[in-house]
Design a protein. Structure first.
Length: 498
């Protein structure tokens, strides 16, 4: 007993001698914030960390909640294959059916990851001026943070309307409780951030591959002005997008062997390394539901993708391609077998896999082709004749196989530019926002909804299933604020109608 008591006393003395260091010492894998954000290496790591949520935002994992749900499947471009054998993913269907759920995964994924990006950008911006290293590199990191903050807020404001505008890292819980900021004010901040970012970042030729350059900031700035119908300002910004050119072969734009090519302005980086945890899974999600995805060239046998069938091209999109347009075969594949007859699927992101279900495809966010189409739109709205030239640089490029457009009527050109965006940028999350900003969403989507309800089998529903929803009203032009955010933030209010 004496021995036991002595051991306890010795242990107590040792703990006391540590002067509480044992209890307060941080794990060696954790760097306190006050010791970070000081060196070039620190800010490079912080910048990489700021980009990381993009993978969640655009989609990672099986049956993910990527940006394609709200940006593409919401539109008339794509729908889903009704999966009667696996009903566990129905909330993704709601986005397409306009049965919006404030608790849905798609809206939470977008809202949360955009604010994670904003939070990390704010931390960089709040600390970098005090750091002591090369000013040129500091400007580069600062420009990227400004761009990413502007990009995330632009994403939020287009889908949700008024959102909390937070520009400094909160230091208390009370500072996290912020109400919604008027859309106009958010846009002012986006324009200010993108404008400054463009002056701080280097051009594409000198920027490290995978990081945005000043061309991305000018493209974002032009996109914002297009949405705001500020045509002259849009044109001015977009003319500064220099050092890019169109890829000669449309299919090769999306090839994993041609990532960050001369047409790429901004793309989300994925890598299929088996241990990195940063692979993409688009191809498996967008294929039809298959007992063996290995029936598609380039994919290993096995690994049934019972979670798939998403973002499937609609009859309307298939009919939109002109005869002879080479982009159709590069964008859309067809499969017959396992009960399917000529079922379409997105081919842009189908390049096989070494290890199922990890794929190596990046996601294109901005391409130079879109800059040219933005320029065509801005010029046309100002009545400038060069609008047709910009349009034909995309439409009549040798990679499309199409003849030049000759129509110069302003109203006709407006429709032709919209149609060109629908085809050229198909499956790149542009169509829904295009419909909203041009004021055509209700007309186009109610017309398609009537078609779905009149003939569900043409839209991949089984004969015994009557689709719900597909009635679109003004409230659907914005998505609901995630209910979880409203529960934890008493200053948040819900969008009308939800």
């Amino acid at each position: 007993m004496k021995t036991k008591i002595l051991s306890i006393l010795i242990a107590a003395a040792l703990l006391s001698a540590c002067d509480d260091d044992f209890l307060t010492k941080l794990p060696e894998t954790v760097v306190p914030a006050e010791n970070f954000y000081k060196t070039d290496a620190d800010f490079k790591l912080a910048t990489v960390g700021m980009y990381a949520p993009l993978r969640n935002l655009y989609g990672t994992g099986l049956a993910d909640y990527g940006a394609w749900t709200m940006g593409e499947m919401r539109s008339d471009n794509t729908i889903f294959i009704y999966n009667s054998q696996n009903r566990g993913y129905a909330d993704r269907e709601y986005v397409d059916e306009f049965i919006d759920d404030a608790n849905g995964g798609a809206i939470s994924n977008k809202y949360q990851n955009d604010y994670i990006i904003i939070g990390r950008a704010n931390k960089i911006l709040s600390t970098i001026d005090a750091a002591d290293f090369d000013q040129v590199q500091k400007d580069n990191y600062k420009g990227q943070a400004l761009f990413m903050r502007a990009f995330a807020y632009f994403d939020l404001v287009q889908y949700f309307g008024d959102v909390p505008l937070v520009l400094v890292p909160p230091t208390t819980y009370a500072e996290t409780i912020v109400g919604r900021t008027a859309t106009a004010t958010v846009y002012e901040q986006i324009i200010a951030d993108a404008t400054l970012a463009a002056t701080l970042m280097p051009n594409k030729a000198t920027q490290q591959t995978g990081f945005v350059a000043n061309g991305a900031a000018y493209t974002l700035l032009g996109n914002v002005h297009i949405v705001l119908k500020q045509w002259a300002q849009a044109e001015q910004a977009l003319l500064n997008v220099q050092g890019y050119s169109l890829v000669a072969d449309y299919a090769s734009i999306y090839s994993p062997s041609n990532k960050n090519n001369q047409e790429s302005i901004f793309e989300v980086q994925y890598f299929d390394g088996p241990t990195a945890g940063v692979s993409s899974n688009f191809a498996y999600n967008f294929l039809p539901v298959l007992a063996n995805p290995g029936v598609i060239d380039g994919f290993p046998d096995g690994n049934s993708n019972s979670y798939a069938g998403w973002n499937t091209p609609t009859p309307e999109l298939l009919a939109s391609y002109e005869a002879g347009d080479l982009r159709k075969a590069a964008s859309i594949g067809f499969y017959t077998g396992e009960g399917y007859t000529n079922i379409p699927y997105i081919k842009k992101y189908v390049h096989g896999a070494e290890i199922a279900p990890n794929t190596n495809d990046n996601w294109p966010v901005y391409r130079y082709a879109e800059v040219l189409l933005f320029l065509a739109e801005a010029a046309n709205e100002q009545g400038k004749p060069e609008a047709l030239s910009y349009l034909n640089l995309v439409h009549a490029n040798t990679r499309t196989g199409l003849a030049p457009i000759t129509n110069t009527n302003q109203n006709d050109l407006r429709d032709l530019i919209s149609q060109e965006r629908k085809i050229e940028l198909a499956f790149e999350n542009k169509r829904w926002l295009d419909l909203v900003r041009t004021g055509t969403a209700l007309q186009v989507m109610n017309a398609q909804g009537a078609n779905v309800l009149a003939n569900p089998q043409a839209y991949y529903f089984p004969a015994n299933v009557t689709p719900p929803g597909y009635v679109v009203s003004d409230k659907h032009l914005l998505f609901p604020i995630p209910q979880r955010e409203i529960r934890i933030n008493p200053l948040l209010t819900q969008n009308p109608g939800y």
